[in-house]
Ligand binder design. Structure first.
Ligand SMILES: Cc1cc2nc3c(=O)[nH]c(=O)nc-3n(C[C@H](O)[C@H](O)[C@H](O)COP(=O)(O)O)c2cc1C
Length: 360
């Protein structure tokens, strides 16, 4: 598909600040799990090459990465809880910075969206001992999700500390910050969702209680590395990964409390026109980053209008960045795009990962 060039006055091409992040454009790379890390979660040279190729993004939000061994959801996802993993991230940060880019890493604890065989025989942990419907990706193929065990109240501070430690490692590795993954059915979203969180302690029940754990994680991570290096991703009412939630008010409670922390940005996954966007935009004091969701692929001109209209300050783009390392340049020029190959999204080596051509 060939389109017209973006106007030099395009909203997408204007610089934007998000806390400590100063992005030269508003076309950010969405977090994308690609399952190319070493089996022990150490990021490798291939990943450094992949992210380095994409340094033209306003900000790269690197793939969901586990803050602890038990937090891993899929094979070959990177972690941030060992020295070797931290060293691997250092190479990625260097590659992106060498290309003039900025990169934060998404901290993703999968909670119940996991399988014991992926986490060395451990039992996944979750707000409640409720098995998710569906199947986990494991090294031996799809298997029903494992039944998780409920985190005890006296264990929660330890999980919060794991997030803070991972964030410290991220910054020590030279990354520009972290994004907390509170979307798409993983651990933080499991706490927020009234249909998944059945706790009877101070972390379940009311919207304020369900938001509590997420706020504690955000506060601890902010204290560890500075709130201006911390973003958070939410996906209100997204049923992905067997999330059941009726009570959207939890997001108003959550964002009101997060607003007080002074985070760098709120990353909202919602379809254009969803009233939640306007609702949260009205109360969120800093940068709002929008991703238009899992339906049809992000579309350049729609995103340009959304930013021009002030619906969001920046947007994240997923699949087009998989196939186009120089997406910002291609969109700017209206150049033809490479098509992403879904067969190589979640597995493989260089094929479908670092071999998509850039414009010469
Ligand atoms: C291969 C693949 C991996 C993904 N991994 C993550 C992830 O690790 N964390 C996350 O929050 N979202 C993840 N997503 C969702 C994307 O960030 C994004 O919301 C989605 O792809 C829609 O945007 P797009 O239309 O621009 O692709 C993933 C999506 C794809 C296609």
């Amino acid at each position: 598909m060939t389109t017209t060039p973006l106007s030099t006055a395009s909203a997408l091409l204007r610089p934007v600040t998000a806390g400590a992040l100063q992005a030269p454009n508003r076309i950010w790379m969405a977090p994308l799990t690609r399952n190319r890390a070493n089996p022990d979660g150490t990021p490798n040279a291939l990943q450094a090459e992949y992210y380095g190729q994409r340094a033209g993004a306003g900000v790269i939000i690197a793939e969901g990465s586990q803050p602890s061994a038990v937090g891993q959801g899929y094979p070959n996802t990177p972690g941030l809880h060992t020295d070797e993993q931290q060293e691997g991230w250092r190479r990625i940060a260097e590659a992106v910075h060498a290309g003039g880019g900025r990169i934060v890493v998404q901290l993703m604890h999968a909670g119940r969206i996991s399988h014991s065989s992926t986490i060395g025989g451990q039992v996944p942990v979750a707000p409640s001992a409720v098995r998710a419907a569906g199947e986990a990706v494991t090294v031996t193929g799809l298997q029903p999700f494992s039944e998780p065990r409920e985190l005890r109240t006296d264990e929660l501070a330890g999980v919060v500390a794991e997030y803070a430690d991972a964030a410290r490692r991220a910054v020590a590795a030279g990354l520009d910050g972290v994004e907390l993954h509170a979307a798409n059915g993983y651990l933080l979203h499991q706490f927020l969702a009234d249909g998944v969180n059945a706790r009877t302690d101070g972390y379940g029940g009311s919207a304020a209680n369900r938001a509590r754990f997420v706020v504690e994680v955000a506060a601890a991570v902010s204290a560890a590395i500075g709130a201006d290096r911390v973003g958070i991703r939410i996906s209100p009412l997204n049923p992905f990964n067997d999330i059941a939630e009726d009570d959207v008010s939890v997001y108003e409670v959550l964002t009101a409390q997060l607003a007080e922390l002074g985070l760098a940005y709120l990353h909202l996954l919602a379809a254009p026109g969803d009233p939640i966007i306007e609702k949260l935009r009205a109360v969120w004091p800093s940068t709002l980053v929008l991703n238009t969701g899992f339906g049809v692929e992000s579309d350049r001109d729609q995103l340009d209008r959304l930013v021009a209209d002030g619906v969001a300050d920046a947007v994240t783009v997923g699949r087009p960045f998989i196939a186009n390392p120089d997406l910002v340049l291609r969109w700017t020029r209206g150049a033809e795009l490479n098509e992403p190959d879904p067969a190589t999204f979640y597995a493989g080596g260089a094929k479908g990962y670092t071999d998509y051509p850039a414009l010469s």
